[in-house]
Design a protein around this ligand. Sequence first.
Ligand code: AMP
Ligand code: ZN
Length: 469
Amino acid sequence: MLTLYNTLTRKKEEFNPLQAHTAGLYTCGPTVYNYAHIGNLRTYVFEDILKRVLQYNGYTVNHVMNITDVGHLTSDADEGEDKMEKGAKREGKTAWEIAEFYTQAFKQNLKDLHILEPNIWCKATDHIEEQINLVQKLTDKGFTYETSDGIYFDTTKLADYGKLANLQNQELKAGARVDLGEKRNAHDFALWKWSERSERHPEGDQPKSKRQMEWPAPFGAGQGQTRMGFPGWHIECSAMSAKYLGQPFDIHCGGIDHVPVHHTNEIAQSEAAYDKPLANYWMHGEFLLVNEGKMAKSENNFITLETLKEKGISPLAYRYFLLQTHYRKQLNFSWEALEASQTALKKLQQQVESLPDHKKQDSWFKDKFNEWINDDLNIPNALAWIWQAIKEKDITKETLLDFDKVLGLNLDAKEETIVIPTEVQNILDARLKARTEKNWTESDRLRDEIKKLNFDVEDTKEGQKINKL
Ligand code: AMP
Ligand code: ZN
C-alpha cells in the first residue's frame, strides 16, 4: 500500500488513483528567465522520486510539466515586471530567446540529475487560447471583475477559497492591513492583464506596447473587439492540466511556497470553472536553505548545478545529498555535506560493483525497501537500510540495481565518473598546450599545480588522463 502526505487534508493517505494502474501527475515547472538554482532542483528531484515510486508500484504515470514563459511577475501580488521581460532586458535578447535558452538549460539539469522527463512538456505561450477560454468561462459564471489593469478573480465568490493553505482560519482579514489598489479583496488575483502602452504621440503616432509578449483577447474591449494583454501566472496551470490530464486528476506537486498563492489560486480558478476538484492529492517539497535562509534567485545567494560541477561535485552526488533528507523537511546546504555525499555515493557504487551477481530469492529485502518508500517516500530510511543490508546481510547486486529504479543513482556505474573542476581543467588545457610546444619543464610544473588540487595527471596514448588523489 502506497501512502502519501496530502497537503489538502494534512495527513498521510492511501493512494487511490482515479483509473486503475494509472496516475495523472502535474508538476509546476520552471519560470525560464534564469538558470534554475539547486533549491529549485530539490523540488524536481522530490517529484522525480514520487514518479519513480509510482512506477515501481506498477502505475503508468502520465506526467505533465509546464514551462512558465510569460506572466510570472516579480511580485506574487500581481505587480512588478514580467520576469521574462526583465530577463530579456538584462541580457539584451528577446523574451522568446531567453525562454528558449533557459528551457534548454533546465532540461540539461534534469538529464544531469537523472530526473525522468515528463510525458508532456507544455509552454504557457503555446496555450494562450485555452487560457483565454478559461478566463471567459469564469467571467460568464460571475467570478471576475475588471480593474484599470486587468481581469481579476473575486475570491469572496468561492465559499472555500484558501482551503489548501487553511487561509480561511489564518489571514483572510489581511485585506484590512494592505493597500488593495483597485482589488476588492486582499487575495484576489489577476487572470489577465492588459499590456501597458506608451502615450499617444501628439502628432498622432499609435501608442506602442511596452511588452514583447502580448496577445489579443476579448476582455476590456467593446463588443466584437479585442485588446492586447497577457495571462496571469496561475491560469496557465489550470488551463494546461485540464487539457492534458482532465479534471480532476490524481496528483499535483510543487515547492512549499506554492501552497498559499499559486496552488491556492489554481484550485480557485479550476474549481470555480468546472465545479469539481482540480486534483485529489497535493504534495509539496520543502525548501533548500542556505545559512538557514531560503535559497532564492532574488536573494543573490543562489547556486546552480554548473557551480557544483565547477567545484568538482557531480550532479548525482547532489542527488544523493538530497535523498538523505525527507522531502517534507527543510535542508541546509553545505559544501562539506556535499563532499561527504560524493564520497558516500562513490563507496555505494563500489560496493554494488563488488557484490555477487548471482540471482537468488531475496524478496525480504524488497519488502523492507517497499515499506520505506511507500511510507510517504521515506527515502532516507530506505537508504540507511540499504547500507545496513550491504554491511550485515546477504543482499545481491541484482536487488540493489532494482532499487536503483527508484533512487536513480546510477548504482551500476561500471567506471567511476570524475567531475573535473574548472580550475583543474584550465591547468590541463595549459599543460596540453605546453606539451604540444614540447615545453616539458612547464608541463611538469603544471602537473605539480594539479597535484596541489588533489588530482593526478597521467599521459597516455589517448592523451592526459586525470585521477582523483
Ligand atoms: P520557479 O522557477 O521560481 O517558478 O520555481 C520552480 C520550483 O522551485 C517551484 O516549485 C518552487 O516552489 C521551487 N523552489 C523555489 N525555491 C526553492 C528552494 N529554495 N528550495 C526548494 N524548492 C524551491
Ligand atoms: Zn502551477
